[in-house]
Ligand binder design. Structure first.
Ligand SMILES: NC(=O)c1ccc[n+]([C@@H]2O[C@H](COP(=O)([O-])OP(=O)(O)OC[C@H]3O[C@@H](n4cnc5c(N)ncnc54)[C@H](OP(=O)(O)O)[C@@H]3O)[C@@H](O)[C@H]2O)c1
Length: 327
């Protein structure tokens, strides 16, 4: 048997463009491994690549259709073969990491060995697959802000994948966390350790104290930049994670405005473009193994129903993470 079950798309578009198919099992090239996928976590990035929007991303992922037809960037799996020049990874190893353009919504996936780290035995594949992008982004945001014990950290948009990690990781750093989300998600966000939660529709940023926070992590990206900056104390910082932006350039105009507003400012707005950082993933896995963080997993779907998982993601109401289990 040289073929496998996979969800593929031959053009950009909505979930209807993604279909369950049989396709050839790929072979690892130099520096790559072939994984038997065990679980794949879904992220906003998968939604962007699926739809091909913002259009700017097509310069990297394919002009007329995604060069990699299979979505799923965050993958946990078992190494079944290794390509040339792969060191430190062997057949049978349980690994986790990010596959740059995706490939995880399939029984097998090719991954660059350098992007993978070992999955500790206490961390199950579903938990591991929930960590890389969302956990890594939250990790990098708090690092960038140098959030530390005693800081008051405000997380705007705390209930999604990145937000639920940002709250937990800020609490672990000893920060006092305030967080916004929908009313329905406030109990969940409070259970992650946020001291203060509020309904993002009922409370305006103008109602919050000027300069009241050492760090603001803006994940929601739907507030005016000046309103976000107003909340940060002098010498503190606001990390801008999102900003879905327009169809063509996505968050780029907001990032440019943030840069302009931050020139000579004592309250800089710092856009974050998170990258795959295996060393941070290692730390996140260690925290998960010790039970010091616990990814919020809203729901899992089996590979046979991955289309439903993508539809849920596309609806934009994900609470924590959604993960597809494979095999
Ligand atoms: N800069 C980077 O490197 C980077 C990395 C990763 C992700 N991101 C971006 O960060 C954002 C969050 O990613 P994620 O994976 O955490 O997303 P997610 O899991 O899909 O977040 C879903 C949650 O966001 C909230 N939400 C939905 N629409 C909203 C709106 N218009 N305003 C405010 N909140 C809204 C909802 O929670 P409530 O109903 O509770 O409000 C929803 O449950 C995305 O825009 C993504 O593209 C950026």
């Amino acid at each position: 048997m040289n073929d496998m079950d996979a969800w593929t798309q031959s053009r950009y578009g909505g979930v209807a463009e993604v279909a369950r198919t049989r396709t050839e099992i790929p072979a690892p090239a130099r520096g790559e491994v072939l994984l038997r996928v065990r679980a794949t976590g879904l992220n906003a990035a998968d939604r962007h690549i699926m739809t091909g929007e913002p259009l700017l991303l097509r310069s990297a992922f394919g002009w007329s259709r995604p060069k990699q037809p299979v979505r799923g960037i965050d993958v946990a799996g078992t190494v079944v073969s290794v390509g040339p020049d792969v060191t430190g990874v062997a057949e049978g190893d349980e690994m986790v990491g990010e596959i740059p353009a995706g490939g995880g919504l399939a029984e097998y996936a090719i991954a660059p060995a350098a992007r993978l780290v070992p999955r500790p035995a206490p961390v199950d594949p579903v938990t591991a697959a929930a960590l890389p992008i969302a956990g890594g982004t939250a990790w990098q945001a708090l690092d960038r802000a140098a959030a530390s014990a005693g800081d008051r950290v405000l997380v705007l948009g705390a209930s999604g994948g990145v937000g639920t990690f940002a709250v937990q990781l800020a609490v672990l750093r000893g920060a006092e966390v305030h967080a916004s989300c929908s009313e329905r998600n406030r109990p969940l966000v409070a259970s992650l350790g946020a001291s203060v939660t509020y309904d993002r529709r009922a409370v305006s940023l103008a109602d919050l104290p000027e300069g009241g926070f050492d760090v603001v992590v803006d994940i929601a990206g739907d507030s005016p930049l000046r309103a976000v900056r107003r909340l940060v104390r002098d010498g503190g910082s606001a990390i801008l994670i999102a900003g879905e932006g327009g169809r063509v350039l996505g968050p780029i105009p907001r990032v440019a405005r943030a840069a302009a507003l931050s020139l000579f400012s004592r309250r800089p707005l710092r856009p974050l473009a998170a990258t795959a950082k295996p060393e941070a993933l290692r730390e996140l896995l260690a925290l998960a193994a010790d039970g010091r963080i616990a990814p919020v997993i809203e729901r899992t779907w089996p590979l046979a129903e991955a289309g439903a998982a993508l539809a849920h993601l596309a609806a934009g109401r994900t609470v924590g993470k959604v993960v597809v289990t494979v095999g």
